[in-house]
Ligand binder design. Sequence first.
Ligand SMILES: *Cc1c(COP(=O)(O)O)cnc(C)c1O
Ligand SMILES: [Zn+2]
Length: 422
Amino acid sequence: MDHIKYLKCLICGKEYAPDTVEYVCPDHGNEGILDVVYDYDVILSRISKGTLAQDADQTIWRYKAMLPVAPDADVPPVAVGGTPLYDAPRLAKPLGLDHVWVKDDGRNPTASFKDRASAIAVVKAREKGIGESAIPITTASTGNAAAALAGLCASVQHPNVIFVPESAPAAKIAQLLTYGAEVMLVKGTYDDAFELCLQAADEYGWYNRNTGYNPYMSEGKKTAVFEICEQLDWHAPDVIFVSVGDGCIIGGIHKGLKDLLAMGWIEQMPRIIGVQSENSSFLYQAWKDGEDVLTKNAVTANSVADSINAGMPRDRMKAMAAVVETDGAYVCVTDAEILDGITELARGTAVFAEPAGAAAYAGLVKAVELGLVKADDRIVVLNTGNGLKDVKSAMTAVEMVGTTANRVEPTLADLKRVMADL
Ligand SMILES: *Cc1c(COP(=O)(O)O)cnc(C)c1O
Ligand SMILES: [Zn+2]
């Protein structure tokens, strides 16, 4: 893989050849997250805007030369990425904005953005298993990352072991079991599941997909912004809104934009605005108060947007850098504003989002109130997960705006009675 120069520790800056470290900087343990540093000349010898324009592959693998996998790597067959970017004038106008687009990543195979990272995990695990039997892949998760790993593994019949807190929502456990994952319901919290998963990976030699630990996960996530910029004819947006839990997605978005700038494919770095719930706001607080994310204590995390609950975000260094280095901001929204976002997004663009996805739109509304965006900014809102992941929250959102179903006898006469009352 001559297009990767080295892996660099975010804390000490030490550089490692990719095959000399497993996941994190040995000097800094779980906090020592590594960044993948590329040789862009090698990449540019393999891919151009012109070759992309000729490429019929609409999945993330159209950007293979820009990803941490071998040029001839065998990739999973399910279609990850290639999600639509919708122009959303009916959302823009009431907010006094000229250009708003919604990127719908709920349209991925397991219905969330997490498929982008899990696809890379499967390729990396298979690289290691060459010639021998498959190395099982493991992760701890409360939901979407686990479903994504289970689904991507199912696509290539790869063994996987998932650790979830036993309190995880039934719908999410159902997705794992349906794909055929080995599921461990841990009698404890997500943090307990995460710790057990790390120990198990070590003990059994499994491949570890954990977010904010495996350096390649943000590399998968960056493909969303490659797509956004290509969908806008390489005219990068001015502002991108993304919801933030552990911080891996926002870090990946930042990384993808840095790649595109370094390759000369875009001319300016968009401002990145991270959105958190006031019920899980570690990064918002740290940004507002100028706190060091490595010494700040965990916060409580109990938002209705379960996918962005993170008391101690695992990828907090990358998440803070994404906002600070792009002159962006963190904004904080209430759970009620998030739920309002579900119906507004659905009615304004036909994108049905789970709460964590709608949070990004709620963040745009908040940013307009705070004067953080200009009327002529070109703005992209990222929906990270499909609304069917959390039907209960959708029903709450609908009740909040007073929409109810009508009850009718199976006769035209009774229908007429109901219609007359509408
Ligand atoms: C995981 C997830 C997020 C947040 O991503 P992080 O990398 O944890 O910040 C947002 N929305 C959805 C739907 C997710 O599954
Ligand atoms: Zn280090």
